[in-house]
Design a protein. Structure first.
Length: 360
């Protein structure tokens, strides 16, 4: 598989290792499925992007409540494949068996979708999500009054933004969704992951200083070409030990420079997710794992609750012993994720489906 840099999911080297190992994934469904499945495509005509995906729906009489699944921060395929797992495949299978139709699709640049992930930002991803909603409105199997969005990690931010731009969204599920700008998010995230992996407090302090100075360059230098030069110069001043620590979580130096200086990352670096959330009036479920060190439940769930304090149908859940991917875990370390056979905790799966079914 392609080695890609995850800002909220950690380095590509872990992904490559995970895919090369013999792994057991007992939750992945096997054909034949007890429901209908169709390979579909739809277009974001505003951006000239064609998105390819999979629609699943029950074999009983419809029309059905439906959800669109929205990915985290990477050019992920429709199954959201990572660490040898396919969480969106497992989630779609669970929901469809519960009577809920599901549309999942390849993100820009991934799978069979067109477009360029590297030149896109949250606004573009929100338009892609709404293009999926428009496609669903053409299908007789879909209940047009019961279309919702489920976003994981950055996908939660995408869902929130998209929901403010369409009256067709009936409900929203935010799974480990950030509710802060990503400068603060990464500062908290990296320190928590480093502690879980036994990194010394002194090195954590140095790492935090490094990120702060790197982001200061990005915020000050608006010209991306000049910013790239300044970032490369800054990296050259790091000690070998500092470089090793930086690369252990965010990949090689050159990949970091290209990613952090990308259109998409520059957008979320200072983006305030509470702004769209404050206007959301539809039912919202926000859930995090207790051991999510990527999107801290303590930091983000409290801010989601505050942003949605006027929302009349808000449910906040912190699920014990679950990590960022909603796997049952021991430490929350990202190095642990690929070794876990479970793809998605049944507790999380049931929490999502039961909440939706109570509202549709």
């Amino acid at each position: 598989m392609k080695k890609i840099l995850f800002i909220l999911l950690i380095a590509s080297s872990f992904l490559a290792a995970a895919d090369s190992e013999e792994t057991k994934r007992p939750q992945e469904p096997k054909v034949p499925y007890p429901y209908n499945e169709e390979q579909v495509s739809f277009e974001n005509s505003a951006d000239g992007v064609k998105l390819a995906g999979t629609l699943t729906w029950p074999r009983s009489e419809g029309p059905f409540p439906t959800v669109v699944l929205l990915h985290g921060s990477a050019p992920l395929d429709r199954d959201s494949s990572m660490f040898g797992h396919k969480p969106f495949l497992v989630l779609a299978d669970h929901l469809t068996r519960q009577g809920i139709a599901v549309l999942r699709f390849d993100k820009r640049s991934a799978g069979k979708s067109t477009g360029d992930y590297n030149t896109a930002n949250l606004e573009d991803f929100a338009r892609d999500a709404l293009a999926g909603v428009e496609y669903l409105k053409t299908r007789k199997e879909i209940d047009l009054n019961q279309i919702g969005l489920i976003g994981h990690s950055e996908g939660g931010m995408t869902a929130a933004l998209a929901s403010t731009r369409s009256k067709d969204i009936a409900f929203m599920v935010l799974m480990a969704s950030p509710c802060t700008n990503w400068e603060e998010l990464i500062s908290v995230q990296e320190a928590a992951l480093q502690r879980a992996d036994g990194v010394s407090e002194e090195m954590i302090k140095q790492s935090r200083k490094f990120r702060k100075e790197m982001f200061a360059i990005l915020k000050k230098e608006k010209n991306r070409e000049l910013a790239e030069n300044r970032l490369r110069e800054y990296f050259s001043q790091l000690t070998p030990e500092q470089k090793k620590l930086a690369e252990s979580y965010y990949g090689p130096e050159e990949g970091q420079i290209q990613f952090f200086n990308s259109v998409g990352f520059r957008y979320v670096l200072t983006y305030d997710p509470t702004v769209p959330l404050k206007t959301v009036k539809i039912p919202v479920l926000a859930l995090n794992g207790e051991l999510d060190f990527v999107v801290s439940p303590a930091l983000n769930l409290s801010r989601i609750a505050k942003a949605l304090e006027e929302n009349e149908d808000l449910t906040i859940l912190e699920l014990p012993k679950l990590n960022h991917g909603f796997q049952t875990c021991q430490t929350g370390s990202m190095m642990e994720a690929a070794k876990i056979e479970e793809t998605l905790s049944p507790t999380a799966l049931n929490a999502v489906s039961e909440w939706i079914l109570k509202r549709v």
